[in-house]
Design a protein around this ligand. Structure first.
Ligand SMILES: Nc1ncnc2c1ncn2[C@@H]1O[C@H](COP(=O)(O)OP(=O)(O)OP(=O)(O)O)[C@@H](O)[C@H]1O
Length: 219
């Protein structure tokens, strides 16, 4: 039986979290729960702090307050093992081909490379599997990173503007992959300025004037 997201134990909780950058207040999160099987759209105008929040949840930024990912703070080894983060400028290993990158990273995460390669093929990356990362366009590089971090099927997936560099066909592939990820119990939090999630059940969180509003709605 599938457990509805609202009934599932939270995967990640935040309580009274404050984030600063270069000594300047950026945002506060009074409370946040992300549950398994939940797709969440983090909205906010340019500069609202969406990337800053994703980076803190991924363990890449210091924070004040309480963040808990299944009993572990972001940045700790057990939390990192459960978290996939695709930034707007994903890092690939320059001395490995695209396929070697995917194989290597899947092995590093102790995951089968097959789902990762399947997603790469669905994104139309077959002709690029033997290419070097330096030869990829921005959108192609983004698809490599998305194939990897969605194909690893980690419990928490954080995606910063994943649709922004993708063509129409690739956006459809991503939408399908997101649906499958949450159907199989993953929790996905992503940013977009567009309407890319229309038609997919999801929850909306608004970052406005330095505060994350817990407003929830299902589209
Ligand atoms: N390392 C940093 N040093 C100083 N200020 C920073 C740093 N990182 C982020 N900021 C500031 O934090 C604020 C939030 O930036 P952030 O990139 O998180 O916004 P965003 O909501 O993702 O914006 P966008 O939609 O334009 O991508 C901005 O005012 C930015 O200038």
């Amino acid at each position: 039986m599938t457990v509805p997201p609202q009934a599932a134990r939270p995967l990640l909780t935040a309580q009274d979290v404050h984030l600063t950058a270069a000594g300047r207040f950026i945002l506060t999160v009074p409370h946040l729960s992300l549950r398994p099987g939940e797709l969440t759209h983090l909205r906010g105008e340019n500069g609202a702090g969406k990337t800053t929040l994703l980076r803190a949840l991924a363990g890449d930024l210091p924070y004040q307050g309480t963040l808990d990912l299944h009993g572990h703070p972001p940045g700790s080894r057990p939390a990192r093992a459960q978290t996939a983060f695709v930034s707007t400028e994903p890092t690939l290993l320059d001395d490995l081909t695209v396929e070697e990158n995917l194989q290597f990273m899947a092995a590093a995460w102790i995951r089968s490379p097959e789902p990762v390669l399947d997603l790469a093929r669905a994104f139309g990356l077959s002709p690029w599997l033997d290419a070097w990362p330096s030869d990829l366009s921005r959108g192609t590089r983004q698809k490599v990173a998305l194939s990897l971090f969605l194909g690893l099927t980690l419990p928490l997936t954080l995606l910063d503007e994943p649709f922004s560099t993708l063509d129409a066909g690739s956006r459809d592939v991503l939408r399908q992959a997101l649906g499958e990820r949450v159907q199989s119990g993953g929790s996905v939090l992503l940013t977009t300025h567009g309407t890319d999630l229309d038609g997919l059940p999801h929850r909306v969180l608004d970052l406005h004037q330095g505060e994350l509003r817990g407003a929830e709605s299902v589209a």
